[in-house]
Write a protein that binds this ligand. Structure first.
Ligand SMILES: Cc1cc2nc3c(=O)[nH]c(=O)nc-3n(C[C@H](O)[C@H](O)[C@H](O)COP(=O)(O)O)c2cc1C
Length: 153
C-alpha cells in the first residue's frame, strides 16, 4: 500500500501537519507514504498510489483554488479503486466553515468512485501564520496511523 499526501501551504503549517500525518502512517508496517507540495505533483505517478490524502489551509471558509484544481486534475485521470481522506488547517474563525467539509463535498462530486477512509481532520493554528495549536499535532499523527490501519484491513 502506497499513500500520497498532497498539501498546499502559505506559512508552513499545513506542510508540518502533512509531515506529521506521514509519521503516523509510517508507524504501520507495510504502508509507505510520500508527502508532496501540490505545486510539484507529477500527475503521471498518481496512479501508483492506493490512497490520496489532501491537506489545505482554510481560506474564506473553503480550501484553496490550487487544491480545487488538483481535485479537478484527478477527475480527468479516470482513476478507480482509490481511497482518500482530507485535513485542513484553520485559525478557527467563527461562522466561516472549515475546508475539510468543502473538500469532502468537492471530492464526492468530482471523484464519486473515491472511498473515504476517515472523516476529515480540522487542525487549528494560532492566528493566520500559526504555529499549530498545542495538542493538534498528536491528532495529525493519530489520523495518519488510523488511515494506515484502515488501509491494512
Ligand atoms: C487569505 C486567507 C483567508 C483565510 N480564511 C480563513 C477562514 O475562512 N477561516 C479560518 O479559520 N482561517 C482562515 N485563514 C487562516 C488560515 O487558515 C491559516 O493562515 C492557515 O491555516 C495557515 O496554514 P499555512 O501555514 O499552511 O498557510 C485565512 C488565511 C488567509 C491567508
Amino acid at each position: 500500500m502506497n499513500v500520497l499526501i498532497v498539501y498546499e501551504t502559505k506559512f508552513g503549517n499545513t506542510k508540518q501537519a502533512a509531515e506529521t500525518v506521514a509519521e503516523g502512517i509510517k508507524e504501520v508496517e507495510q504502508i509507505k507514504t510520500e508527502v508532496i507540495n501540490v505545486n510539484e505533483v507529477d500527475y503521471g505517478r498518481v496512479r501508483d498510489f492506493d490512497a490520496i490524502i489532501i491537506g489545505s489551509p482554510t481560506w474564506g471558509g473553503n480550501c484553496t483554488d490550487t487544491i480545487k484544481n488538483f481535485v479537478n486534475e484527478l477527475a480527468g485521470l479516470s482513476l478507480s479503486g482509490k481511497s482518500y481522506a482530507v485535513f485542513d488547517t484553520n485559525s478557527g474563525i467563527p461562522l466561516l466553515s472549515k475546508a475539510v467539509k468543502k473538500m469532502e463535498k468537492l471530492i464526492s462530486k468530482k471523484l464519486p468512485s473515491f472511498k473515504k477512509i476517515l472523516p476529515g481532520l480540522p487542525v487549528r493554528v494560532k492566528g493566520t501564520k500559526g504555529p499549530i495549536v498545542e495538542g493538534e499535532l498528536p491528532k495529525c499523527q493519530n489520523f495518519g496511523k488510523e488511515i494506515a490501519l484502515n488501509l491494512q484491513k
